[in-house]
Design a protein. Structure first.
Length: 270
């Protein structure tokens, strides 16, 4: 994987295919492999770039002074500058959509089209924020994700009733277990706190271009339910696609449906 040095740290990214650029923004706790089906499908027609979040995959630790999702957006723009890319089609899932929308608001001339998947631009509801912060404290105290927490955290990302013996579930669970103490304390926990204490920017969504923006959401997404997606689509004035048989990581749970929706959208907007 190629690497760019951003804010003094190595940011690893996938760069595959040729054509108009599609930048894929990943979910918290997932590496670039959450986009494997999309990279394969989209790179036939597009140049697909997937930066890995700080402390995820092969990327280095969260840079000092990274305090907000606006910083993540600025860091993504720095990557595009290093790659001499003027315009992108941005597809962001979960935190990828949170910083992706901020990038589009910050530098609208750089974003040709925007897809917001399983994400929310409002503040985290206080009850869930406190719940996630309690999990972070447990991880911090243990210097690891304790065994009982693995099967608390992993199911959050999938539809109810997923086969917990499936490769998709077990591989993700194993990736959580594999995080080193250093990575958890230096990057994963601080990044989580940054994400879940984000500011509400819903009032800015009307500034996005409704004609070139799409909201998508797994029908069974628990952390970012369809009601949030409906609220955002209405504020933007764009259409909403609900993805059947999918939870939060809809790109992996129903990749064929997601690929078809993305290819159709990009054919009309890229």
């Amino acid at each position: 994987m190629p690497v760019a040095v951003i804010d003094g740290q190595p940011l690893h990214y996938i760069d595959q295919g040729t054509g108009p650029v599609v930048l894929l923004g990943s979910s918290y706790l997932w590496g670039h492999d959450m986009w494997t089906p999309q990279i394969e499908a989209l790179s036939q027609q597009y140049r697909v770039i997937v930066p890995e979040l700080w402390g995820h995959g092969e990327s280095g630790p969260l840079p000092a002074h990274t305090r907000s999702l606006d910083d993540l957006a600025r860091q993504a723009l720095a990557l595009l500058d290093q790659l001499d890319i003027a315009q992108i089609n941005l597809v962001g899932l979960s935190v990828g959509g949170m910083w992706g929308a901020r990038l589009a608001l910050l530098a609208p001339q750089r974003v040709n089209s925007l897809v917001l998947m399983d994400t929310y631009l409002g503040a985290e509801p206080e009850a869930t924020r406190q719940y996630y912060f309690s999990l972070f404290k447990m991880i911090e105290d243990a210097g690891a994700i304790p065994e009982p927490l693995l099967d608390v955290i992993a199911p959050i990302f999938f539809r109810p009733g997923i086969d917990r013996e499936s490769a998709l579930y077990q591989d993700f669970r194993a990736s959580l277990q594999a995080h080193s103490r250093e990575r958890l304390l230096d990057s994963i926990v601080p990044l989580g706190r940054l994400i879940f204490s984000r500011e509400d920017v819903l009032e800015q969504l009307s500034h996005l271009d409704a004609d070139t923006t799409q909201v998508m959401c797994g029908e069974h997404d628990k952390p970012r339910p369809p009601t949030e997606a409906e609220e955002m689509a209405e504020l933007i004035g764009c259409s909403l696609i609900l993805i059947p048989e999918a939870g939060h990581i809809s790109a992996r749970e129903n990749p064929e449906y997601v690929n078809e929706a993305l290819l159709t959208f990009l054919a009309n907007n890229a």
